[in-house]
Each structure stands twice: as structure tokens, then as C-alpha cells.
Design a protein around this ligand. Structure first.
Ligand SMILES: Nc1nc2c(ncn2[C@@H]2O[C@H](COP(=O)(O)OP(=O)(O)OP(=O)(O)O)[C@@H](O)[C@H]2O)c(=O)[nH]1
Ligand SMILES: [Mg+2]
Length: 302
């Protein structure tokens, strides 16, 4: 096995290379860098989600600016369902981030349709934490059904909304109102934002709701201090450790699922179509022979 120097992860270029490897083969990269993973939580992982176009990326870039001004090292990971082909470098989210300070580390990671947190994103978070970032902000697409994976990998979930989001009822139906620890009504420069703010406040029963404008950078200080207050409460209560455990459970589970799925697909492709059509009575036999071959294949892998 190649010896890895964990200190290398602190170098941006080296870190980028390792994250590209994680993008291509997350399990192998996880195995190779497992000695570098932290024991004590080092980074605060903030999940940012919300409907399309509410300003998640803009808000993240404004938060990064605010946090780096306070001397923190910040990384952002933008989960992007658009395309695996551009390889994490030139995806849509990145270019919509104005005012990014040079020292911020921003990566896109692609996700298959409908996956909000693929294994490669969770492994990337581990590597960013090993690289010593104080904050790791993760943007996940909020389109379609709300995927609760974000709860499993974040220490804190920020749900971003905006005025005139259309059918507000749809937002509630999609489960957004349950998953947030903190709600942000972005685009407060739009006059209708007060209405949305009051509406969200009435729905989330006591959870913090903050009105900001990512574009004009208003109220970012209040947002960041609320995030920090919630994080420190969680640190004291032991919730952060529990969150960390959950994130790693997620990684183990997803790695096993990926292994199983790959093996299963290749075994299934060998089943003769004629059996399925002409001899359905043999289906139970097909299942047990596939089960046996799966066990055999899996016992040979990593
Ligand atoms: N007026 C106003 N526009 C904003 C504000 N924040 C973001 N926008 C605009 O809203 C649009 C969407 O912003 P993004 O940051 O890309 O939103 P997003 O939620 O990341 O979008 P997706 O990743 O596609 O879901 C852009 O045209 C932004 O310029 C704001 O505070 N006020
Ligand atoms: Mg975005």
C-alpha cells in the first residue's frame, strides 16, 4: 500500500488531486486516506438546501466571505446533479458564486439524478475535515422530493427560501419545513420578503428564521452568529459527536450499497432472458444462485 502523508492534504493543489480521485473512486480513496481521518470533530459541517434558484450558492459565497473575515478556514462542496463529464471543475454552481475570497476552497461534486449526497460527497467531506477546514459548507439541490441524506452528513441544516417562491404549500409538502435547524429567507431586497418571513416563522414553530440578502450582503453577520450559537449548543450537548457517528455510518452504508449494486448488476446481466420469460418457475432458483455468487464475489473484494 502506498504510504500517504496526511499533511499533504493541507496543500490546496494536493487536496484537489485527492478529491478528484475521490470523485472517480471514492471507496479506494477512502481506504487509501483512512489513516488521515480525524478522531475529534475538527470541522463544522453546514448543509445548505432549498428550492432551485432561491440563492443557495450566492448565500454560501456570502457566508464564506463573512467567515473568512473572522479568520476561519472555509471549504464549500457543491453537490451538482448536472453532469459527470465536466469532472467537478466547471459545473454550474461554481460560476454563480460572486465575491469568493481567494483562500476559500470550493469544489463541485456530481451526483446521479435524484441523489442529494452520493458517497463521493461524504468521502470528500471527510477529506476536507482531514485537511483542517473550520467550516465545510455543503450545497445540495433541493429540487423534487426532499432527500433527508443531508441530515445524516451535516452538523446543522440551513434551509434557504425566498419571497414569491410560487406555491408555498408545495415547499411545505416537500418536507423542507421539518429538516431545517435554521431557516433563511433570502432576497430580502425584494419587498415581498416580509410576507414570506412572517409566513415561514408561523410554520417552523420556534426555530430561528433570518432574513438576508445574499446579493447585497445584508444580515450575514446575524446569520453567521446564529449558526455558531446553534453549533456550540450542539457541541456542549454531545450532538456533534452523534452527528459525526451518523455521517460515518452513512459512509459505511453507502459504500456497501455501491459494492452490492455493482456486483448485483453484473450478476443480473448474466441471467438468460429466456429463463425469465419461458421458465418463470426457475426464478427462485435464479435468486438463490445469484445470492450464492454475490456472496462469493463480495468476499473477494475490498
Ligand atoms: N434580488 C436578489 N437576487 C438574488 C439574491 N441572492 C441570489 N440572487 C439571484 O438569484 C439567482 C439564483 O441564485 P443562485 O445562488 O444560483 O441560487 P441557487 O439556489 O444556488 O440555485 P440552484 O443551485 O440552481 O438551485 C441568481 O440570479 C442570483 O443572482 C438576493 O439576495 N437578492
Ligand atoms: Mg446553486
Amino acid at each position: 500500500m502506498v504510504e500517504v502523508k496526511c499533511d499533504r492534504l493541507r496543500d490546496r493543489l494536493a487536496l484537489s488531486k485527492v478529491l478528484s480521485l475521490a470523485e472517480l473512486d471514492s471507496l479506494t480513496t477512502l481506504i487509501r486516506y483512512s489513516a488521515c481521518l480525524v478522531r475529534e470533530p475538527q470541522s463544522s459541517v453546514i448543509g445548505v438546501t432549498g428550492p432551485q434558484g432561491v440563492g443557495k450558492s450566492s448565500l454560501i459565497s456570502a457566508m464564506i466571505k463573512e467567515l473568512t473575515q473572522h479568520g476561519y478556514r472555509v471549504a464549500a462542496l457543491l453537490v451538482d446533479p448536472s453532469s459527470p463529464l465536466s469532472g467537478g471543475a466547471i459545473l454550474g454552481n461554481r460560476i454563480r458564486m460572486p465575491y469568493l475570497p481567494d483562500e476559500a476552497f470550493v469544489r463541485s461534486v456530481w451526483a446521479e439524478n435524484e441523489r442529494s449526497i452520493p458517497l463521493r460527497a461524504a468521502v470528500s467531506i471527510e477529506l476536507l475535515e482531514a485537511a483542517g477546514y473550520d467550516y465545510i459548507v455543503v450545497e445540495t439541490p433541493g429540487a423534487g422530493q426532499v432527500n433527508t441524506d443531508i441530515l445524516r452528513i451535516s452538523d446543522l441544516v440551513v434551509v434557504v427560501l425566498m419571497p414569491l417562491v410560487g406555491d408555498e404549500v408545495q415547499v411545505i409538502k416537500a418536507g423542507m419545513m421539518e429538516i431545517g435547524d435554521l431557516y433563511v429567507v433570502n432576497k430580502s431586497d425584494i419587498p415581498e420578503s416580509e410576507l414570506m418571513y412572517n409566513y415561514v416563522k408561523s410554520l417552523v414553530k420556534g426555530k430561528p428564521v433570518i432574513k438576508v440578502s445574499a446579493l447585497y450582503r445584508t444580515n450575514l453577520g446575524e446569520l453567521v452568529s446564529t449558526v455558531n450559537r446553534l453549533l456550540s449548543t450542539r457541541r456542549v450537548s454531545g450532538d456533534i459527536l452523534r452527528k459525526r457517528m451518523e455521517r460515518r455510518r452513512f459512509i459505511v452504508e453507502e459504500a456497501l450499497k455501491e459494492l452490492l449494486e455493482t456486483q448485483l448488476r453484473s450478476s443480473l446481466s448474466k441471467v438468460s432472458p429466456s429463463i425469465l420469460v419461458e421458465k418463470p418457475n426457475l426464478i427462485p432458483e435464479v435468486i438463490s444462485s445469484l445470492k450464492a455468487s454475490l456472496v462469493k464475489r463480495l468476499s473477494g473484494g475490498p
